[in-house]
Write a new protein. Structure first.
Length: 104
């Protein structure tokens, strides 16, 4: 199901923000004018990735420094605790007439 999450201008390039869609926390990021979305809760201990930081296309969790690629949801690095964690789910995003939709 596609859900409108805002206008393209709502998502500043290089910035992350959490959007709640049907009770699910999603991380939304604008990289080079393209919008990407993955689960916002870290697969390690459910910290909000939106509270972390982004460098390029890699988001780092603020709690234990796990890293994920925001384009794919793939794990880049396990948390500092050394636990092996799962990838994040990623969600298809579509921009149409300057409106942003995510498929959940």
């Amino acid at each position: 199901m596609e859900v409108k999450i805002g206008k393209l201008s709502d998502f500043t390039e290089g910035k992350m923000q959490k959007v709640i869609v049907n009770g699910k926390d999603l991380l939304v990021v604008n990289i080079g004018g393209t919008i990407y979305s993955i689960d916002d809760l870290c697969t390690h201990e459910e910290c909000s990735l939106a509270d972390g930081f982004i460098r390029g296309e890699v988001v780092t969790c603020p709690c234990h420094l796990a890293q994920f690629n925001v384009k794919t949801g793939k794990k880049v690095a396990n948390p500092a605790t050394g636990v092996n964690i799962a990838d994040e789910s990623s969600f298809k995003v579509k921009v149409e007439n300057n409106e942003v939709f995510v498929e959940v």
